[in-house]
Design a protein around this ligand. Structure first.
Ligand code: COI
Length: 353
């Protein structure tokens, strides 16, 4: 058990009323812990949410040595506070850390930091359907040094944001732009890590997609620009002729926690599913033959996000009748039901704080 020092705010903020949006409002507290070479991780603490002071020379500002995670806390029907598969995020954080030369953060420390600040700010967990307390753990490199080298000091922090749906569309189907010019990641790169560099690489295409009236970008592989990878903020699934398929984890896409949960649920329901390479031509062909039945994205922020429309070059594919498909709806209801304690938890995914 960590010895976490808790300093509570003397000026608590008003809790938000009305629509929350995503990631716009922050709670009263945050978790912090330092790493110093030779000392390891030290000084775990919960402090009032505040600006932090860093040298302008910090490695994170110049070379982007940082990683982040995305999780959520939910309020149960009897006032419980639940996390969803937090050790899966902790393990993924260390996959990112390893690739980014950030020191490993023991999984129990990662989760204890999250639990500590969620416990202090649990009254901030919203309860309206479709809302939750979004949790953003992250580590930044804090050495003040302009040479390109791994930092010797780091800061692990956890901030919390009461949030609604990630997309302004809510559960209504989103339009996705299949990007055929820019690429996000290549094998051997950092595509599988959760780090800012992957997201800044996506911005130019995202602006293009928005200008074209689409919500998000679907990336193709970085070499042939032919095989489906992932969407800006989620993994992607297709139901083609009764079978659900998703790109296999190939080193350049994010190993999503919701992606893994969806595969587990589909298998348990006896719905055929496969992780494999999927080409954009296969999608066009399936669409032409009326076999592209459903498309949905998965992610912590996005949960299950039905896709109603896909654009590729001059083609616009409308998926099904453009509405929410039955598999997408069942997955959404089941996952959110498990997360909030309304449904049984056959895979032991829920962790009470
Ligand atoms: C998440 O789903 O938690 C993410 O981190 C995706 C996005 C908001 C960047």
């Amino acid at each position: 058990m960590l010895d976490i020092k808790v300093t509570k705010t003397t000026t608590p903020k008003e809790k938000p009323q009305g629509p929350l949006g995503f990631g716009k409002i922050f709670t009263d507290h945050m978790f912090m812990m330092n790493y110093t070479e030779g000392m390891g991780w030290h000084d775990p603490r919960v402090v009032p949410f505040q600006d932090i002071s860093l040298s302008p020379a910090c490695v994170v500002f110049h070379y982007g040595q940082e990683m982040f995670e995305g999780m959520k806390a939910y309020r149960g029907e009897n006032g419980e506070t639940y996390l969803f598969r937090p050790f899966k995020n902790a393990a993924r954080a260390n996959q990112s850390n390893k690739r980014l030369c950030i020191p490993e953060l023991p999984e129990d420390i990662f989760v204890e930091g999250v639990k500590a600040v969620v416990e202090v700010d649990k009254d901030w967990i919203p309860t309206e359907p479709g809302t939750s307390l979004y949790i953003r753990p992250f580590i930044i490199a804090t050495d003040a040094f302009l040479g390109v080298a791994p930092s010797k000091t780091y800061l692990y922090m956890v901030i919390l944001s009461p949030s609604g749906a990630y997309y302004s569309e809510g559960l209504a189907p989103v339009g996705i732009w299949i990007e055929d010019d820019y690429v996000r990641a290549v094998k051997g790169g950092i595509g599988f890590t959760k780090t800012g560099g992957n997201y800044v690489a996506s911005l130019a295409a995202q602006v293009k997609a928005h200008d074209g009236g689409f919500s998000q970008v679907l990336w193709l592989d970085g070499v042939e620009r032919r095989y489906i990878e992932e969407v800006g903020a989620m993994n992607i699934f297709f139901k083609i002729d009764g079978k659900v398929v998703t790109p296999m984890l190939n080193g350049s896409i994010l190993p999503g926690v919701t992606r893994d949960s969806v595969l587990t649920l589909l298998k348990s329901w006896g719905i055929p599913c496969e992780e494999r390479r999927i080409s954009v031509d296969e999608l066009l062909e399936a669409q032409k033959n009326g076999k592209l039945e459903e498309v949905f994205g998965t992610g912590t922020a996005a949960v299950i996000s039905p896709v109603g429309k896909l654009r590729y070059k001059d083609e616009i594919m409308t998926i099904g009748d453009g509405g929410i498909g039955p598999v997408s709806q069942k997955l959404y209801d089941t996952i959110t039901g498990i997360q909030t304690g309304k449904l049984a938890d056959p895979f032991d995914w829920r962790v009470e704080v």
